[in-house]
Design a protein around this ligand. Structure first.
Ligand SMILES: [Zn+2]
Length: 464
């Protein structure tokens, strides 16, 4: 999860071959040799592998991407997955793994996760954020990235390991991408990847990416995310003496706009409070800065009404909202030229489109038109999990780069009965939740990789 995203400026792609990383002989390496699976499925080895991944400090501003990439490649080697490292930006490796399916003509399944994490204020944590401390009484594993989202990346691999041991062979090809950079916008990771020739050749049919933990029994499933519009409005007016009453001052003009924004915000918030809409379904708007006044050595000049005043707003727009009407509202009520207000497209610090490249709202269908949604729900239930109702993600993730290309992408991190601690102090995941998540993915990956379109055809013929 990250705060938002802007368009990238340049594209560059290099590729280097992937060699076995002898420096990292992980417990993974011995596992697939023991094909009976005893050691692989042993939960203490699974937890210890998770801890090893968590201990790699991939926090911004200096994430140790190469160590994380080595770890993933080494794990992939032990599972006999094909691997390659792509570097769309220097020093930012993206690990791409492939589990080849028996029918390469079918669109593939992509399991995405990011390797970077946000920084942690070590002194505010009960356990050091990169120690991956396992509390013996609670079973909680404390680490930055335990929820967001090293858990998911490694759960994919563990699930594949279990499927291999069970003798399962995929029909569809399954790819896994471990991308850098998500926490700072994903521009050198998922964005360039989704735009690359390599990606095109993968013929991806469905993407799974991160979701959020759920404090209840239900797993949370996300079909879209809010698009950040960072708006700056500027009011101008004649300057004047601080003692004079006159119309159309910059401050007066700005205050009227702020009042109008405030009313809109309250109305959206009321929809959430009354339960009529979920938080993801409304437009949120929060004022994040105010800038006005004439500075003086001791503060601000007090007897002068300034000629300019600015305010900034963080607006989050769900793709299901009427964005054209919001744009009209901005132009007519929040920053009307009639009140000497300006807002130009250039004054959006950021404006992520609510439409994909085909002009459709950037969301993944969660109804019967999308077989992947139903398959996911069923696979979760088959593994004794409870899928929640489809939601809109409140912030931004890499999933948008795949949705932008018209691909279905579902946000899902299998963490139930877990407090939401992404980016927070003392981020943790319980070891039993982690292990349960692997079983969930085992079921999901099997369902996805076994899904062949002709089965659907047969099923519908049977109904006829
Ligand atoms: Zn994340």
């Amino acid at each position: 999860m990250n705060s938002g995203g802007a368009a990238s400026q340049h594209r560059r792609q290099s590729r280097r071959p992937c060699f076995p990383y002898l420096s990292l002989i992980l417990s993974f390496a011995v596992l697939v040799a023991t094909v009976n699976g005893g050691e692989f499925t042993d939960s203490s080895s699974i937890i210890s592998r998770f801890q090893q991944y968590l201990k790699i400090n991939t926090a911004h501003p200096e994430p140790n991407y190469h160590k994380a990439a080595d770890f993933i490649v080494s794990a992939a080697n032990s599972l006999s997955l094909e691997s390659q490292i792509l570097e769309f930006a220097k020093g930012k490796p993206l690990v791409l793994l492939k589990w080849a399916g028996s029918d390469p003509t079918l669109p593939s399944v992509l399991l995405n996760s990011h390797t970077d994490v946000v920084p942690a204020e070590q002194e505010k944590w009960a356990h050091a954020p990169f120690d991956a401390h396992l509390d013996p009484s609670s079973g909680h594993i404390y680490a930055r990235g335990s929820q967001d989202m090293k858990c998911v990346g490694l759960q994919y691999l563990e699930a594949i390991g279990k499927l291999q041991i069970s003798g399962y062979r995929p029909i569809r090809t399954v790819y896994l991408s471990f991308v850098p950079d998500e926490e700072i916008g994903g521009h050198d990771g998922a964005e360039k990847f989704a735009d690359s020739e390599v990606f095109k050749k993968m013929n991806v049919g469905i993407v799974l990416d991160e979701g959020l933990p759920s404090p209840t029994d239900n797993y949370r499933l996300f079909y879209a995310e809010k698009c950040p519009w960072w708006l700056v409005i500027k009011a101008t007016g004649a300057p004047g003496h601080g003692a004079k009453l006159y119309d159309n001052t910059a401050m007066e003009n700005l205050l009227k706009s702020i009042e109008s924004v405030r009313r809109f915000r309250a109305a959206q918030f009321d929809l959430v409070k009354s339960g009529l809409k979920a938080e993801g379904e409304v437009i949120s708007v929060n004022m994040v800065f105010l800038k006005a006044g004439t500075p003086s050595p001791t503060g601000f000049v007090m007897n002068l009404q300034p000629s300019e005043a600015l305010a900034g707003f963080d607006i989050r727009v769900p793709p299901t909202a009427d964005s054209a009407s919001l744009e009209r509202r901005i132009a007519e009520e929040w920053a009307p030229a009639s009140r000497n207000m300006t807002f130009e497209l250039g004054q959006f610090k950021q404006k992520v489109s609510v439409f994909d490249e085909f002009g459709k709202p950037i969301l993944t269908s969660s109804d019967s038109s999308n077989p992947w949604w139903k398959l996911l729900e069923k696979a979760i239930r088959d593994a004794n999990g409870k899928p929640g109702k489809p939601e809109i993600f409140p912030a931004s993730t890499d999933a948008r780069y795949f949705r932008e290309r018209g691909l279905p992408a579902i946000g899902f991190s299998p963490m139930s009965n877990t407090p939401i601690l992404l980016h927070d102090h003392n981020e943790f995941l319980n070891k039993d939740e982690y292990l349960k998540g692997i079983d969930i993915y085992e079921s999901v990956i099997k369902a996805y990789a076994s899904y062949a379109d002709h089965q659907k055809d047969e099923a519908s013929r049977d109904e006829l």
